[in-house]
Design a protein around this ligand. Structure first.
Ligand code: UDP
Length: 139
């Protein structure tokens, strides 16, 4: 499997609860190289654009309000098989269903406030990375 990239956000719940360091350590200990990294905050409009695919879903308003409610950490990660391996590391969307030892099992508080985002395809990883990082911030 060729080395490739995924995109992640440490969501406002995990930032607020003091888990940035622990989560970044889990990510690097799992073999991911951080190639871009920043603390930032989404506006309502940013969150609506980022999650546009979910705009018809009943949880969309709540998701946008939550994701713009406080600082997040955005990062681009590099590893062999990055997208799939990162989805394994973060665990199921609902922390109640997440496997032991996954980031969401350890740090998510609910289905909505679930600590981290991970891209679901190589194509979306590239789109999401470019959404958050200018070309000069990508290494
Ligand atoms: N979400 C939610 N309620 C749901 C499903 C999803 O609040 O019933 C939120 C949750 O924060 C999730 C995000 O919407 O991480 C995107 O949903 P998706 O199905 O893409 O899950 P993910 O890929 O993040 O596991």
């Amino acid at each position: 499997m060729a080395t490739n990239r995924t995109f992640t956000m440490i969501k406002p719940d995990a930032v607020k609860n003091g888990h940035i360091g622990s989560i970044l350590a889990m990510i690097t200990n799992a073999g991911f190289k951080i190639t871009s990294l920043k603390l930032t905050q989404l506006t309502v409009s940013d969150a609506e654009k980022f999650y546009a695919i979910h705009s018809e879903r009943p949880f969309f308003g709540e998701l946008v309000a939550f994701m713009s409610s406080g600082p997040i950490v955005a990062a681009i990660l590099e590893k062999e098989n990055a997208v799939a391996d990162f989805r394994t590391l973060i665990g199921a969307t609902n922390p109640a269903d997440a496997a032991e030892g996954t980031i969401r099992k350890l740090y998510a508080t609910s289905m909505g406030e679930n600590a981290v985002h991970g891209s679901d395809s190589d194509e979306n990883a590239a789109i999401e990375g470019a959404f958050h990082f200018a070309g000069r911030e990508q290494f």
